[in-house]
Write a new protein. Structure first.
Length: 179
């Protein structure tokens, strides 16, 4: 016996199950100081990041792209990869070789949600600025979730000095909101 469900429930359920948190600027000095344990060898940071976050932002031009992708594949859990690509061919080849790895490819035409964007609909990636205002973060989170499509979505802490406290606040809010 099937039970009819509202369109809203059908749209929101997959989003809630697949909301991933991470950082946009994973090599920022603020993360090296705040996120990674003191004295951690640089070549261990890729694996540590893959274990401690749910989404990793990479770009075609990253000098450490191969190392970061290897750490993602070797992680003990799936890690959503947000890949900024001028030409998505390399990202598509990686996805074909690792179909178990969730991937969002960002091209110049892919919508990305930020608190400053208006009228964005269907963005699977949000760039959240650092903030120490939980009410503001909650409002941004609600706005992003409202427009997001079904499937895996990424919340990436943005800014040249990404904030570990903002990541922690987002994680707590997501849990409290039941997302």
């Amino acid at each position: 016996m099937t039970h009819p469900q509202s369109t809203q429930a059908d749209t929101r359920t997959p989003i809630i199950q697949e909301l991933h948190l991470g950082f946009r600027h994973r090599r920022a000095a603020s993360l090296i100081q705040e996120f990674y344990p003191d004295g951690m060898p640089e070549d261990w940071r890729h694996s540590y990041l893959a274990m401690m976050t749910q989404v990793i932002w990479v770009e075609d031009r990253d000098e450490d792209l191969a190392e970061m992708l290897a750490a993602i594949v070797d992680a003990p859990k799936p890690v959503l990869t947000v890949w900024v690509a001028e030409d998505p061919a390399q990202a598509n080849l990686w996805q074909a070789a690792h179909p178990e790895q969730p991937l969002i490819i960002l091209t110049s035409s892919t919508p990305v949600w930020t608190p400053q964007t208006e009228g964005i609909d269907g963005a699977r990636v949000a760039l959240m600025p650092g903030s120490d205002q939980p009410a503001q973060i909650k409002s941004w989170l609600e706005q992003f979730v409202q427009q997001a499509p079904a499937g895996p979505c990424a919340l990436c802490i943005d800014g040249e000095s990404p904030s570990v406290p903002t990541l922690d606040r987002l994680r707590t809010l997501i849990e409290l909101m039941g997302l």
